[in-house]
Design a binder for this molecule. Structure first.
Ligand SMILES: Cc1cc2nc3c(=O)[nH]c(=O)nc-3n(C[C@H](O)[C@H](O)[C@H](O)COP(=O)(O)OP(=O)(O)OC[C@H]3O[C@@H](n4cnc5c(N)ncnc54)[C@H](O)[C@@H]3O)c2cc1C
Length: 338
């Protein structure tokens, strides 16, 4: 019997992944996703969805490694299955190039992607402004397909979906035993976390079907990611900028920088422009606390603040959030709601 009521707040890649993990693994939980935006209107939907990461300063490296690996392994299984096209998960090969030789030539995630190696002199020749490069195959997870696919998987596991703006966890705690906060940037107002801030990103969607391999400048500001139906060319990283309007100068800058790396982009057709706000935070917050609601203890698990790596870490952090829910319910089984 499903006797533990769980509300997952947020329907981006983090919320949906977390809801699916709980609904599939804990049969005694009835899971409801509550969010004010769903696919195709979340930040996750517009992200290129390429898997690799930078290091967070205060999270043990081992934990970051398992977040990356768990997500990579989960998505790799989909990418090589018959579900790949419907789920929008594909393998993607290419280069990350650096103007200066990085201090760490083998990042922590290099052992989880496929075929990671330094680029050869012949490969580097086409990038005369760059001194060093890495070649590898990773995954591209296109959330405009992946989120609806996860939603379907959640419903199959008995999950429910409510479109609503959550104003207050105390109020929500009257109807649920467990709340999982996956509200991304929304956590700034929802839990008053001033450490969460927007990092604005603008990208172009370009029709250039001849491009097959990604190119990313190691500074993270210029990238070309071919996908299943268009190429994502980016980008910008503007901290504390809340503007969701397309900026024409940003678009011109993106096209100019990307075309320098990939001149054939000049022959592409721009299909659209998109702006999203990354849920920036020094470190993602994946932890639990207890709330006192009308004499009952309600479990509140946080899973937000993934910055520019929410898709890369989505399944790994969802499994951590699941672990926190399971462990907490074991320690303190919920009392009946009055
Ligand atoms: C241009 C750009 C490119 C990117 N490229 C990549 C990439 O290549 N790889 C990668 O890993 N990441 C990338 N990212 C980052 C990635 O998009 C984010 O880290 C990720 O989308 C965060 O997911 P999320 O589920 O936490 O947040 P979101 O997708 O923003 O979802 C938040 C959810 O919470 C809900 N919510 C918030 N507040 C409330 C409330 N009060 N009541 C109800 N619901 C609420 C929202 O409606 C929404 O459903 C990129 C981001 C941008 C902008």
């Amino acid at each position: 019997m499903k006797n533990v009521k769980v509300a997952v707040v947020g329907a981006g890649v983090v919320g949906l992944s977390t809801a699916v993990c709980i609904a599939e693994v804990l049969p005694y939980c009835s899971v409801t996703i509550i969010a004010d935006k769903f696919s195709p209107d979340t930040t996750s939907d517009g992200a290129a969805g390429i898997l690799f990461a930078s290091e967070f300063p205060d999270i043990p490296l081992e934990r970051q490694q398992h977040w990356f690996k768990d997500t990579f392994d989960h998505l790799y299984t989909i990418a090589v299955s018959s579900q790949a096209s419907e789920a929008g998960v594909l393998l993607s090969s290419g280069y990350q190039i650096f103007k200066e030789i990085p201090s760490d030539k083998t990042p922590f995630w290099s052992k989880y992607v496929l075929g990671f190696r330094p680029m050869t002199d012949r490969e580097m020749k086409r990038f005369p402004d760059h001194k060093f490069g890495q070649a590898f195959t990773t995954i591209k997870c296109e959330c405009s397909s992946y989120l609806p696919w996860l939603e379907k998987r959640l419903r199959k596991a008995g999950g429910q979906i409510i479109r609503e703006t959550v104003k207050d966890f105390q109020q929500l705690g009257r109807s649920y035993d467990v709340i999982v906060n996956c509200s991304g940037l929304g956590s700034r107002s929802l839990v008053g976390d001033a450490e969460v801030y927007p990092v604005r990103g603008q990208v172009l969607k370009v029709h250039a079907p001849w491009l097959k391999n990604f190119i990313r400048d190691g500074d993270g500001k210029t990238y070309i990611y071919p996908g299943s139906s268009y190429v994502t060319a980016g980008g910008t990283r503007q901290a504390d900028d809340w503007c969701l309007e397309v900026n024409k100068m940003d678009s011109e800058g993106i096209l100019e920088r990307c075309s320098r790396l990939e001149p054939s982009l000049h022959g592409g057709q721009i299909l659209g422009e998109w702006v999203g706000l990354r849920p920036g935070r020094k470190n993602p917050r994946v932890e639990r606390e207890w709330m006192q609601v009308k004499g009952r203890q309600v479990l509140l698990v946080h899973n937000y603040g993934h910055g520019g790596w929410g898709i890369t870490l989505s399944w790994g952090t969802a499994l951590d959030a699941l672990g926190l829910v399971r462990q907490s319910l074991h320690e303190r089984p919920p009392k009946a709601r009055l």
